[in-house]
Design a protein around this ligand. Structure first.
Ligand code: AR6
Length: 185
């Protein structure tokens, strides 16, 4: 499924983010930037040690990465030239600003992509695995944050923002959220 927002194509696909041919893929990392399971583990495995080395350098220089913020490293052996590492919120029932932190993770990643002059970026479904955020709610927050970012008058640089959903169920949740957004308010 795809829609155009401003000049940017927003696409939802099912697949493995490590295989995407885009300029940057986004990693659902943790604040330590040490790597982990899920999409984080898959990206480090596919991209090789160069990503971890750069993450550790950032750790030494900047300390922990708070939830909602993002940093950029090489993509190592990936097809993508860069990996943007962001940290989503851990789900605690939704009452602790978790929607805003999740939206901020998407926004910070897009800002970083734009500042590096990138035209194509792919996101996984941040926080909906180990961090336990309900996927239907996460999909609304994620797509709302991306739409708001791309709707800014100055937000004209990105050609494509792609969501790469691992499961058919996740793809459906994102498609439903996108359909919901497209209908008149
Ligand atoms: N491509 C696309 N999506 C994937 C892939 C893949 N190759 N592998 C998993 N997913 P998670 P989180 C999906 O747990 O909830 C890590 O240990 C997965 O099905 O990777 O933000 C970090 O180090 C799910 O829908 O990220 C952190 O400690 C989505 O990616 C913690 O997990 C996100 O699941 C972050 O947890």
């Amino acid at each position: 499924m795809e829609v155009t927002i401003g000049r940017t194509l927003l696409r939802l696909v099912q697949g493995d983010i490590t295989q995407q041919e885009v300029e940057a893929i986004v990693n659902a990392a943790n604040s330590e930037l040490t790597g982990g399971g899920g999409v984080d583990g898959a990206i480090h495995r596919a991209g090789g040690p160069a990503i971890h080395e750069e993450c550790m350098r950032i750790r030494r220089e900047k300390g922990r990465l708070p939830a909602g913020q993002a940093v950029i490293t090489t993509g190592g052996r990936l097809k993508a030239r860069y990996v943007i590492h962001t940290v989503g919120p851990i789900w605690h029932g939704g009452g602790h600003g978790q929607d805003e932190t999740l939206a901020s993770a998407y926004r910070s990643s897009l800002e970083l992509a734009e500042n590096h002059g990138l035209r194509t970026v792919a996101f996984p479904s941040i926080s909906t695995g180990a961090y336990g955020f309900p996927v239907e709610r996460a999909a609304r927050v994620a797509l709302g944050a991306v739409r708001a970012f791309l709707s800014r008058p100055e937000g004209q640089a990105l050609e494509e923002v792609r969501f790469v959903l691992f499961s058919g169920r996740d793809l459906e949740a994102y498609e439903q959220a996108l359909r919901g957004m497209a209908s008149p308010e």
